[in-house]
Write a protein that binds this ligand. Sequence first.
Ligand SMILES: C[S@@+](CC[C@H](N)C(=O)[O-])C[C@H]1O[C@@H](n2cnc3c(N)ncnc32)[C@H](O)[C@@H]1O
Length: 261
Amino acid sequence: MTDLPADKGYKYVPEDRSKRATRIADEIERLVGVSGLRVLDVGCHRGEIATALADRYGCEVIGVDIEAQPNWDELNQHPRIKVVEGDIAQPLSSLANESFDRIISISAWEHIRHPWSALQQCQRYLRIDGKFYLFSMLYRSAGASHLLHRIEERWPHLLFPPEEIRERLNVPKLGYAFWCNKLTYQQYLFYFRKLGFHVTFERFNQDMFDHKTFRQYEQRLELYPMWDLKTDFFKVVLEFDSAHPKQPIADMVYRLRHPSS
Ligand SMILES: C[S@@+](CC[C@H](N)C(=O)[O-])C[C@H]1O[C@@H](n2cnc3c(N)ncnc32)[C@H](O)[C@@H]1O
């Protein structure tokens, strides 16, 4: 029998949005130092985190989101915040090359349909001495369906077809949150290397694994690597090497340092 990761009895509890934004802004300041800097917030949604960064740390924040929100007119009155509608995976004429000291993105990357192109664009926008804080869910997490509060089983997106989930929930359509891009963390690492992003900080959240569902559907779930099934989120800081900024990072797997011939 498989030796299972810990079951922490995880339950989804929504957090107060403004307290959450403060907590995240403080963590960003601790990890990448944002005081007084120009920051791009990718997938900013209603801009709570952008507001916390502008108010608490005097940042000038540009927020980008593919879907404009009803509070954006009000948000754009803030002297240090500007929000723009656009797909981060496409070149955006309002954003110039090398124009941001920091890029941040929280709980948005998993919803970006073209994550490679989005990383490419961010590589362009970030200054060579800039830092990129990225926090994202991973598709093979027990909670990546974003339906933990509505469906008893974990990993429903890996176990059941979308039509079955739609019928069970009795809804005409599953919201965008159900659709996460399918990148694994290893694929992210490959992309980071190609774009010259060094990982200078890395943490994982591993809270949602559930023994009951795993045992019930072991035949199907054990086909995935256990690390993927137990890892819900990654959090990284990405930076360029000052001597070779934005250059692909060689991987030792591909070449011998001292070839024999
Ligand atoms: C779950 S919300 C996260 C909002 C915010 N970062 C936070 O943590 O409160 C994800 C956001 O990503 C946005 N998004 C999805 N795909 C995007 C894309 N290609 N370009 C820009 N934003 C995108 C969605 O519209 C949504 O507002």
